[in-house]
Design a protein around this ligand. Structure first.
Ligand SMILES: [Zn+2]
Length: 482
């Protein structure tokens, strides 16, 4: 008894000491920021001009659809780009490969180069509740509206405008600068691969690639008052998987047991409720939390600044608190399509569901698919992966490329906190691992929750002052790059 009391006391003492260390740690984390003011100046005329140029791009429905190889709309977009950016076309070397665009700007030292990316294509706009026609490029309520305004024509516009302005000032970059705009990013069409083949053929190795990805987000983390500039340093994998059930079909008046749809439903239910993938906090997620800690209120700083202590609690609780929490800590699975019989009174002898999984950094595509196969076996289902893609490599947030981008954001946007970001979404930049160690996924525009929700949905738009701020950011980034 005495011995048990002693153990209890010792455990309590250890807990108190650990908590004390955590509190001291949290106090020692230098709280940031001293909210400064963004220093990206632009005139009203410039803001209007960028918005009008973006509007012209949005008007062209460069919709990507599998199986469609017609590039007519893309060539129309190229023509608009040519008209709106005459200096880019006078001074840069342009290569067009099946609708994909690559521009090369020769700098003072051609042994080094970096690349800015974007994509020309957009997803369809089939939603019915658009306030403005999705391909009107309407400029209203202080924003440019339409499919692609945010994803990702504003990036293409901002990068081209930055180069155009620097050329008009006779600026010559320190090293070579490439601009690359693929034509089929939204359907994983491999346009980026064609560009990279071209770069490899010309022995180009890139210091960094800056692509879309994270943005400046309002209220991105609970307990963090300032806006967050999230730089994606890794992106999760992406696989589509078809799961098929076969069985005896027949008339619905005398239904047999375990019909294909019943077995598929049981499978879907088990995956949805049991969340069978491994939960683990990988290094990039830890890095993200600890960098956010400095900007957080004290209770959040106590937790996020002491991941070494609170990790088990975070891993256990986060997935049930938010879908982002789950995406940060494990492979996710979303059921997206299904099919069975074509009549309401016919039991199909074959039915299917399709799911999209995003493999985490600690459970690759094969291992994640194996989890589903094991569950499918119980219900006698066939699992057919349509593709297998694991998570990308991780860009070092202590490395030169990340540090330079962070420094630029800190200098021109001292009002936001900067953090490495673990991305659940996919971009084209992962292809560039072939020619660089530093894929950075960040678009320097601010998005409010409505704009974030409107990506790939109705009422996509971007504020005109954000477009202008984006142009000035890329200009700063290119001008000061060593
Ligand atoms: Zn995009």
């Amino acid at each position: 008894m005495k011995y048990a009391g002693f153990i209890l006391l010792a455990v309590l003492a250890i807990i108190v000491v650990l908590l004390l260390v955590a509190v001291i740690n949290a106090i020692r984390i230098k709280a940031k920021p001293a909210p400064g003011k963004a220093t990206l100046d632009f005139t009203k005329e410039e803001e209007k001009m960028y918005a009008e140029k973006l509007s012209r791009m949005v008007k062209i429905p460069t919709i990507s659809m599998r199986g469609n190889t017609d590039l007519t709309e893309f060539y129309k977009l190229h023509k608009v780009i040519e008209e709106d950016f005459p200096l880019v076309h006078k001074h840069l070397e342009k290569t067009e490969i099946q609708g994909n665009l690559l521009y090369k700007w020769v700098g003072k030292d051609s042994s080094r180069a970096f690349l800015l990316m974007g994509h020309q294509d957009v997803v369809p706009a089939e939603e019915t509740d658009w306030k403005y026609d999705p391909f009107s490029g309407e400029i209203a309520d202080g924003a440019v509206h339409g499919r692609g305004a945010m994803d990702c024509k504003c990036t293409v516009l901002a990068e081209l405008s930055a180069v155009e302005e620097l050329l008009s000032e006779n600026f010559v970059p320190e090293c070579d600068v490439y601009l690359a705009f693929s034509a089929n990013e939204e359907i994983f069409g491999g346009g980026a691969d064609l560009i990279i083949d071209h770069l490899e053929k010309n022995n180009v190795n890139l210091l960094s690639v800056l692509d879309e990805g994270g943005t400046i987000m309002e209220k991105a983390f609970p307990g963090v008052a300032c806006d967050t500039a999230a730089i994606g340093i890794v992106e999760k994998g992406n696989c589509n998987i078809k799961i098929t059930a076969k069985g005896a079909g027949g008339h619905s008046s005398t239904p047999p047991k375990n019909t294909p749809i019943a077995r598929l439903s049981a499978f879907v239910n088990e995956v949805e409720t049991k969340k069978p993938f491994k939960k683990y906090m990988d290094v990039p997620v830890k890095q993200m939390f600890s960098s956010v800690a400095a900007y957080a209120s004290f209770p959040m700083r106590l937790v996020l600044g002491n991941v070494w202590l609170f990790k088990p609690i975070l891993v256990a609780l986060l997935p049930s608190l938010s879908s982002f929490g789950e995406a940060f800590l494990s492979t996710t699975c979303a059921f997206t399509m299904c099919g069975g019989s074509t009549a309401p009174n016919v039991i199909p002898d074959e039915a299917y569901v399709i799911c999209n999984i995003r493999p985490s950094t600690h459970q690759d595509a094969d291992a994640s698919i194996a989890v589903l196969e094991k569950i499918a076996e119980k219900y006698d289902l066939k699992v057919e992966p349509m593709n297998r893609r694991s998570a990308s490599k991780v860009t070092d947030p202590e490395g030169e490329a990340f540090s330079y981008l962070k420094q630029c954001i800190n200098e021109v946007r001292p009002d936001v906190c900067v953090t490495p970001y673990y991305m659940a979404g996919a971009t084209d930049s992962r292809f560039y691992e072939r020619v660089t160690d530093n894929c950075l996924r960040f678009c320097p525009v601010k998005m409010n929750p409505q704009q974030l929700a409107a990506m790939h949905a109705a009422n996509e738009n971007i504020s005109t002052d954000n477009v202008a701020a984006g142009v000035k950011f890329y200009k700063y980034y290119i001008r000061n790059h060593k």
